[in-house]
Design a binder for this molecule. Structure first.
Ligand SMILES: [Zn+2]
Length: 391
Protein backbone atom coordinates (compact mmCIF):
# COMPACT_ATOMS: atom_id res chain seq x y z
CA UNK A 1 0.00 0.00 0.00
CA UNK A 2 1.22 3.48 -0.85
CA UNK A 3 1.71 5.77 2.05
CA UNK A 4 1.71 9.52 1.40
CA UNK A 5 4.97 11.04 2.54
CA UNK A 6 5.06 14.16 4.65
CA UNK A 7 7.75 16.77 4.37
CA UNK A 8 9.53 18.17 7.30
CA UNK A 9 7.77 21.40 8.08
CA UNK A 10 9.04 24.74 9.09
CA UNK A 11 7.04 27.94 8.84
CA UNK A 12 6.82 30.84 10.60
CA UNK A 13 -10.07 27.62 4.24
CA UNK A 14 -21.72 26.88 2.95
CA UNK A 15 -21.03 25.24 -0.02
CA UNK A 16 -21.52 21.50 0.18
CA UNK A 17 -22.14 19.69 -3.05
CA UNK A 18 -21.88 16.25 -4.55
CA UNK A 19 -19.91 15.29 -7.61
CA UNK A 20 -21.53 13.28 -10.38
CA UNK A 21 -19.46 10.25 -9.28
CA UNK A 22 -19.95 8.24 -6.09
CA UNK A 23 -17.49 10.44 -4.27
CA UNK A 24 -19.13 13.21 -2.38
CA UNK A 25 -17.90 16.41 -0.78
CA UNK A 26 -19.13 18.39 2.16
CA UNK A 27 -18.35 21.71 3.84
CA UNK A 28 -15.09 21.70 5.76
CA UNK A 29 -16.16 21.62 9.42
CA UNK A 30 -13.06 22.01 11.55
CA UNK A 31 -12.86 21.36 15.28
CA UNK A 32 -9.89 22.85 17.13
CA UNK A 33 -9.24 20.88 20.32
CA UNK A 34 -6.96 22.17 23.04
CA UNK A 35 -5.92 20.78 26.39
CA UNK A 36 -4.39 24.16 27.17
CA UNK A 37 -7.63 26.14 27.39
CA UNK A 38 -8.61 29.11 25.25
CA UNK A 39 -6.19 31.64 23.81
CA UNK A 40 -6.65 35.36 24.55
CA UNK A 41 -10.15 36.51 23.57
CA UNK A 42 -9.10 38.58 20.54
CA UNK A 43 -7.04 35.66 19.18
CA UNK A 44 -9.80 33.12 19.84
CA UNK A 45 -12.28 35.36 17.95
CA UNK A 46 -9.96 35.42 14.93
CA UNK A 47 -9.56 31.64 15.13
CA UNK A 48 -13.36 31.24 15.01
CA UNK A 49 -13.60 33.71 12.09
CA UNK A 50 -11.06 31.64 10.17
CA UNK A 51 -13.08 28.45 10.83
CA UNK A 52 -16.20 30.17 9.43
CA UNK A 53 -14.16 31.17 6.39
CA UNK A 54 -12.98 27.58 5.84
CA UNK A 55 -16.52 26.26 6.19
CA UNK A 56 -17.64 28.58 3.41
CA UNK A 57 -14.60 28.46 1.18
CA UNK A 58 -13.51 24.79 1.17
CA UNK A 59 -15.27 21.46 0.64
CA UNK A 60 -13.64 18.14 1.56
CA UNK A 61 -13.97 14.51 0.60
CA UNK A 62 -16.57 12.88 2.84
CA UNK A 63 -15.50 9.97 5.03
CA UNK A 64 -17.85 6.99 5.40
CA UNK A 65 -17.47 7.11 9.18
CA UNK A 66 -17.40 10.18 11.37
CA UNK A 67 -14.56 10.99 13.77
CA UNK A 68 -14.90 9.42 17.24
CA UNK A 69 -13.59 10.24 20.73
CA UNK A 70 -11.63 6.96 20.73
CA UNK A 71 -9.76 7.99 17.57
CA UNK A 72 -9.03 11.39 19.07
CA UNK A 73 -7.71 9.94 22.33
CA UNK A 74 -5.32 7.74 20.33
CA UNK A 75 -3.62 10.81 18.87
CA UNK A 76 -4.19 13.29 21.77
CA UNK A 77 -4.06 11.17 24.95
CA UNK A 78 -2.80 13.59 27.60
CA UNK A 79 -5.99 15.51 28.49
CA UNK A 80 -9.37 14.69 30.02
CA UNK A 81 -10.88 18.23 29.84
CA UNK A 82 -10.63 19.88 26.47
CA UNK A 83 -11.61 23.19 24.93
CA UNK A 84 -13.27 22.55 21.57
CA UNK A 85 -13.71 25.43 19.13
CA UNK A 86 -15.86 25.02 16.02
CA UNK A 87 -17.15 27.60 13.53
CA UNK A 88 -20.24 27.91 15.77
CA UNK A 89 -18.93 28.01 19.34
CA UNK A 90 -16.23 27.21 21.91
CA UNK A 91 -16.84 24.95 24.94
CA UNK A 92 -14.87 23.23 27.70
CA UNK A 93 -15.95 19.59 27.74
CA UNK A 94 -14.84 16.26 29.21
CA UNK A 95 -13.46 13.91 26.57
CA UNK A 96 -15.90 11.16 27.65
CA UNK A 97 -18.98 13.39 27.51
CA UNK A 98 -21.79 12.85 24.99
CA UNK A 99 -21.64 16.48 23.94
CA UNK A 100 -17.94 16.21 23.08
CA UNK A 101 -18.65 13.07 21.02
CA UNK A 102 -21.46 14.90 19.17
CA UNK A 103 -19.26 17.87 18.31
CA UNK A 104 -16.55 15.53 16.97
CA UNK A 105 -19.15 13.65 14.94
CA UNK A 106 -20.28 16.91 13.30
CA UNK A 107 -16.68 17.77 12.38
CA UNK A 108 -14.74 16.33 9.46
CA UNK A 109 -11.28 17.65 10.32
CA UNK A 110 -9.72 17.99 13.77
CA UNK A 111 -6.75 20.15 14.70
CA UNK A 112 -4.92 19.34 17.92
CA UNK A 113 -3.32 22.30 19.68
CA UNK A 114 0.20 21.64 20.83
CA UNK A 115 2.70 23.73 22.75
CA UNK A 116 6.21 23.29 21.43
CA UNK A 117 7.97 25.74 23.73
CA UNK A 118 11.42 24.81 22.48
CA UNK A 119 10.54 25.48 18.82
CA UNK A 120 9.04 28.87 19.76
CA UNK A 121 12.14 29.80 21.76
CA UNK A 122 14.59 28.81 19.02
CA UNK A 123 12.82 31.10 16.53
CA UNK A 124 11.59 34.19 18.38
CA UNK A 125 9.67 35.41 15.30
CA UNK A 126 7.72 32.16 14.92
CA UNK A 127 3.99 32.72 15.52
CA UNK A 128 2.66 29.23 14.79
CA UNK A 129 3.21 26.13 12.67
CA UNK A 130 0.99 23.24 11.63
CA UNK A 131 1.12 19.92 9.81
CA UNK A 132 -1.29 17.06 9.10
CA UNK A 133 -0.87 13.69 10.77
CA UNK A 134 0.01 11.07 8.16
CA UNK A 135 -3.29 9.87 6.66
CA UNK A 136 -4.33 6.24 6.15
CA UNK A 137 -3.62 4.86 2.69
CA UNK A 138 -4.53 7.37 0.01
CA UNK A 139 -7.18 9.11 2.10
CA UNK A 140 -7.07 12.77 3.00
CA UNK A 141 -5.80 13.60 6.49
CA UNK A 142 -8.40 13.97 9.24
CA UNK A 143 -6.13 15.09 12.07
CA UNK A 144 -3.45 17.79 12.21
CA UNK A 145 -1.28 19.38 14.87
CA UNK A 146 -0.96 23.13 15.30
CA UNK A 147 1.61 24.71 17.56
CA UNK A 148 0.74 28.27 18.59
CA UNK A 149 3.55 30.27 20.21
CA UNK A 150 2.60 32.51 23.11
CA UNK A 151 3.44 35.52 20.99
CA UNK A 152 0.14 37.39 20.81
CA UNK A 153 1.30 40.85 19.65
CA UNK A 154 0.72 40.13 15.93
CA UNK A 155 -2.09 42.15 14.37
CA UNK A 156 -3.42 39.68 11.79
CA UNK A 157 -4.42 36.41 13.44
CA UNK A 158 -7.20 35.81 10.88
CA UNK A 159 -4.63 35.41 8.09
CA UNK A 160 -2.22 33.56 10.39
CA UNK A 161 -4.85 30.88 11.15
CA UNK A 162 -5.89 30.66 7.49
CA UNK A 163 -2.23 30.14 6.57
CA UNK A 164 -1.58 27.49 9.25
CA UNK A 165 -4.83 25.60 8.65
CA UNK A 166 -3.97 25.37 4.94
CA UNK A 167 -0.71 23.69 6.03
CA UNK A 168 -2.76 21.48 8.38
CA UNK A 169 -4.73 20.32 5.31
CA UNK A 170 -1.42 19.50 3.64
CA UNK A 171 -0.44 22.60 1.65
CA UNK A 172 3.32 22.38 0.93
CA UNK A 173 3.78 19.35 3.16
CA UNK A 174 3.16 16.25 1.03
CA UNK A 175 5.67 14.77 -1.39
CA UNK A 176 4.16 13.58 -4.69
CA UNK A 177 4.85 10.09 -6.05
CA UNK A 178 5.72 11.40 -9.51
CA UNK A 179 8.87 13.38 -10.23
CA UNK A 180 9.12 17.01 -9.25
CA UNK A 181 10.02 19.84 -11.64
CA UNK A 182 13.86 19.98 -11.79
CA UNK A 183 15.60 22.95 -10.21
CA UNK A 184 16.69 25.70 -12.59
CA UNK A 185 20.05 27.45 -12.43
CA UNK A 186 20.50 30.86 -14.04
CA UNK A 187 22.38 34.13 -13.84
CA UNK A 188 20.93 36.79 -11.54
CA UNK A 189 21.69 40.09 -13.26
CA UNK A 190 22.48 43.34 -11.44
CA UNK A 191 24.18 46.55 -12.65
CA UNK A 192 27.24 45.44 -10.63
CA UNK A 193 27.60 41.98 -12.16
CA UNK A 194 25.92 38.56 -12.23
CA UNK A 195 25.76 35.59 -9.86
CA UNK A 196 24.62 32.03 -10.46
CA UNK A 197 21.45 31.29 -8.46
CA UNK A 198 18.82 28.53 -8.27
CA UNK A 199 15.04 28.31 -8.70
CA UNK A 200 13.17 25.55 -6.84
CA UNK A 201 9.53 24.82 -7.72
CA UNK A 202 6.39 23.87 -5.78
CA UNK A 203 4.92 20.39 -6.15
CA UNK A 204 1.22 19.82 -7.01
CA UNK A 205 1.34 22.93 -9.18
CA UNK A 206 0.46 22.00 -12.80
CA UNK A 207 -2.63 24.25 -12.83
CA UNK A 208 -1.10 26.85 -10.52
CA UNK A 209 1.71 27.26 -13.06
CA UNK A 210 -0.84 28.40 -15.66
CA UNK A 211 -2.33 30.84 -13.15
CA UNK A 212 1.12 32.25 -12.36
CA UNK A 213 1.86 32.63 -16.11
CA UNK A 214 -1.31 34.64 -16.51
CA UNK A 215 -0.85 36.76 -13.36
CA UNK A 216 2.73 37.74 -14.20
CA UNK A 217 2.07 37.84 -17.98
CA UNK A 218 4.94 35.47 -18.78
CA UNK A 219 4.10 32.35 -20.80
CA UNK A 220 7.52 30.73 -20.52
CA UNK A 221 7.90 30.12 -16.77
CA UNK A 222 9.34 26.82 -15.60
CA UNK A 223 7.13 26.38 -12.54
CA UNK A 224 5.74 28.02 -9.40
CA UNK A 225 8.77 29.16 -7.45
CA UNK A 226 9.03 27.79 -3.91
CA UNK A 227 10.72 29.28 -0.90
CA UNK A 228 13.67 26.89 -0.77
CA UNK A 229 14.21 23.16 -0.99
CA UNK A 230 11.52 22.22 1.56
CA UNK A 231 8.81 23.54 -0.82
CA UNK A 232 6.50 24.46 2.07
CA UNK A 233 5.65 27.93 0.75
CA UNK A 234 5.33 30.16 -2.29
CA UNK A 235 8.47 32.25 -2.71
CA UNK A 236 8.30 35.46 -0.66
CA UNK A 237 10.21 37.62 -3.15
CA UNK A 238 8.12 36.47 -6.14
CA UNK A 239 4.65 36.31 -4.52
CA UNK A 240 4.80 39.04 -1.81
CA UNK A 241 1.46 39.36 -0.01
CA UNK A 242 -0.04 36.06 -1.19
CA UNK A 243 -1.38 34.11 1.83
CA UNK A 244 0.98 31.14 1.41
CA UNK A 245 4.33 32.94 1.40
CA UNK A 246 6.39 32.34 4.57
CA UNK A 247 6.14 35.86 5.99
CA UNK A 248 2.66 37.18 6.69
CA UNK A 249 2.03 40.90 6.32
CA UNK A 250 0.22 42.75 9.07
CA UNK A 251 -2.13 44.09 6.36
CA UNK A 252 -3.95 41.94 3.80
CA UNK A 253 -2.60 38.54 2.67
CA UNK A 254 -4.51 37.27 -0.34
CA UNK A 255 -5.69 33.67 -0.84
CA UNK A 256 -5.25 33.79 -4.60
CA UNK A 257 -6.09 31.31 -7.34
CA UNK A 258 -2.43 30.22 -7.18
CA UNK A 259 -2.77 28.72 -3.68
CA UNK A 260 -6.33 27.56 -4.41
CA UNK A 261 -5.05 25.53 -7.39
CA UNK A 262 -2.19 24.02 -5.38
CA UNK A 263 -4.55 23.01 -2.55
CA UNK A 264 -6.94 21.32 -5.01
CA UNK A 265 -4.06 19.45 -6.63
CA UNK A 266 -2.66 18.24 -3.30
CA UNK A 267 -4.06 14.70 -3.07
CA UNK A 268 -3.30 11.04 -3.67
CA UNK A 269 -5.62 8.57 -5.38
CA UNK A 270 -8.27 9.20 -8.00
CA UNK A 271 -10.22 12.18 -6.73
CA UNK A 272 -9.20 15.50 -5.16
CA UNK A 273 -9.37 15.79 -1.39
CA UNK A 274 -10.38 19.45 -1.46
CA UNK A 275 -12.46 21.78 -3.60
CA UNK A 276 -12.38 25.56 -3.36
CA UNK A 277 -15.64 27.48 -3.60
CA UNK A 278 -14.76 30.10 -6.23
CA UNK A 279 -17.94 32.06 -5.47
CA UNK A 280 -16.43 32.71 -2.08
CA UNK A 281 -12.78 33.34 -2.98
CA UNK A 282 -12.91 35.08 -6.37
CA UNK A 283 -12.97 38.63 -4.94
CA UNK A 284 -9.83 38.06 -2.87
CA UNK A 285 -8.08 36.44 -5.80
CA UNK A 286 -8.92 39.39 -8.06
CA UNK A 287 -7.61 41.87 -5.49
CA UNK A 288 -4.19 40.17 -5.35
CA UNK A 289 -2.04 42.77 -7.12
CA UNK A 290 1.57 41.94 -6.20
CA UNK A 291 3.61 41.15 -9.34
CA UNK A 292 0.65 41.58 -11.70
CA UNK A 293 1.94 41.92 -15.30
CA UNK A 294 5.53 42.23 -14.06
CA UNK A 295 6.61 39.99 -16.97
CA UNK A 296 9.32 37.39 -17.59
CA UNK A 297 12.24 39.59 -16.62
CA UNK A 298 10.93 39.72 -13.05
CA UNK A 299 9.94 36.09 -12.63
CA UNK A 300 12.80 34.51 -14.57
CA UNK A 301 15.74 36.88 -14.14
CA UNK A 302 16.04 39.65 -11.56
CA UNK A 303 14.37 42.70 -10.04
CA UNK A 304 17.10 44.79 -11.65
CA UNK A 305 16.36 43.44 -15.13
CA UNK A 306 12.65 43.99 -14.46
CA UNK A 307 13.16 47.60 -13.36
CA UNK A 308 15.41 48.32 -16.33
CA UNK A 309 12.83 47.05 -18.84
CA UNK A 310 9.58 48.08 -17.08
CA UNK A 311 8.76 50.90 -19.54
CA UNK A 312 6.25 53.13 -17.77
CA UNK A 313 4.36 50.47 -15.85
CA UNK A 314 3.76 50.27 -12.09
CA UNK A 315 6.62 48.46 -10.38
CA UNK A 316 5.52 48.88 -6.72
CA UNK A 317 6.65 47.71 -4.26
CA UNK A 318 9.90 47.68 -6.26
CA UNK A 319 11.17 51.21 -6.55
CA UNK A 320 11.02 53.26 -9.76
CA UNK A 321 9.90 56.77 -10.62
CA UNK A 322 6.94 55.15 -12.48
CA UNK A 323 5.30 54.57 -9.11
CA UNK A 324 4.98 58.31 -8.47
CA UNK A 325 2.03 58.42 -10.92
CA UNK A 326 0.11 56.02 -8.67
CA UNK A 327 -1.71 56.47 -5.34
CA UNK A 328 -2.34 54.14 -2.42
CA UNK A 329 -6.05 54.52 -1.67
CA UNK A 330 -7.57 53.39 1.65
CA UNK A 331 -11.05 54.07 3.08
CA UNK A 332 -9.59 56.93 5.13
CA UNK A 333 -6.81 58.46 3.05
CA UNK A 334 -5.12 58.65 -0.34
CA UNK A 335 -1.36 59.05 -0.68
CA UNK A 336 0.94 59.30 -3.70
CA UNK A 337 3.62 56.58 -3.88
CA UNK A 338 7.15 57.95 -3.55
CA UNK A 339 10.76 56.83 -3.54
CA UNK A 340 11.54 58.11 -0.06
CA UNK A 341 11.12 54.69 1.59
CA UNK A 342 13.42 52.87 -0.85
CA UNK A 343 16.91 53.40 0.41
CA UNK A 344 17.71 51.29 3.44
CA UNK A 345 20.71 50.67 5.59
CA UNK A 346 21.49 47.03 6.24
CA UNK A 347 24.73 45.24 6.82
CA UNK A 348 24.41 42.62 4.10
CA UNK A 349 27.89 41.22 4.25
CA UNK A 350 26.94 37.91 5.87
CA UNK A 351 23.49 37.55 4.31
CA UNK A 352 22.59 35.03 1.64
CA UNK A 353 19.14 34.67 0.05
CA UNK A 354 17.05 31.49 -0.28
CA UNK A 355 18.16 31.18 -3.94
CA UNK A 356 21.87 31.44 -3.10
CA UNK A 357 22.42 35.13 -3.88
CA UNK A 358 25.01 37.05 -1.91
CA UNK A 359 24.79 40.82 -1.44
CA UNK A 360 27.26 42.88 -3.43
CA UNK A 361 29.53 44.95 -1.18
CA UNK A 362 28.05 48.36 -0.53
CA UNK A 363 24.48 47.32 -1.36
CA UNK A 364 22.09 49.62 0.48
CA UNK A 365 18.73 48.19 -0.45
CA UNK A 366 16.42 45.59 1.12
CA UNK A 367 17.52 42.53 3.09
CA UNK A 368 17.80 38.93 1.95
CA UNK A 369 14.00 38.32 2.05
CA UNK A 370 13.66 40.61 -0.98
CA UNK A 371 16.96 39.65 -2.55
CA UNK A 372 18.63 43.01 -1.80
CA UNK A 373 16.34 44.68 -4.34
CA UNK A 374 15.20 48.30 -4.05
CA UNK A 375 11.82 47.81 -2.41
CA UNK A 376 9.52 50.21 -0.52
CA UNK A 377 10.09 49.29 3.10
CA UNK A 378 6.54 50.32 4.03
CA UNK A 379 5.14 47.59 1.78
CA UNK A 380 4.61 45.12 4.64
CA UNK A 381 2.55 47.64 6.61
CA UNK A 382 0.02 48.61 3.94
CA UNK A 383 -3.42 48.61 5.61
CA UNK A 384 -6.27 46.28 4.69
CA UNK A 385 -8.93 47.38 2.20
CA UNK A 386 -6.52 49.33 0.04
CA UNK A 387 -6.07 49.60 -3.71
CA UNK A 388 -3.37 51.11 -5.90
CA UNK A 389 -4.50 53.22 -8.84
CA UNK A 390 -3.35 56.07 -11.06
CA UNK A 391 -3.72 59.26 -8.99
ZN1 LIG B 1 3.84 28.47 6.65
Amino acid sequence: MFLPLLRLFQCFLLFGFCSSSSISYENLNIAIVSGYGKMPRNVQIELQRSLIWFKNAISVRKFEKSITSTELLNVYPKFSWINIQTAEKAQDLHVNSLEFAKLLEMSNFVILINRDIQKCQIDSELLANAKPLTPEGLNRPKFAIMNVCQNFQFSNFFDLFRHEILHALGFGLFIPFEDSIPNRYYNWWTPKGTQNVSQIFMDFSKRAKRVVSSHFNCSTIFGVEADGFKKNHLNEYIFGNELMTPNLESGQNYFSEISAAILEETYFGEKPWYKVNRKYTIEESQKYWYGKNFGCNFIKFSCWKFLETAGNKLTFPFCSINNERYCLITPTYKIRLSLKNCQQTFNHQTQITENGLKAFPGATFSNSIHRFCPIDKNFINIPKNHRIELC
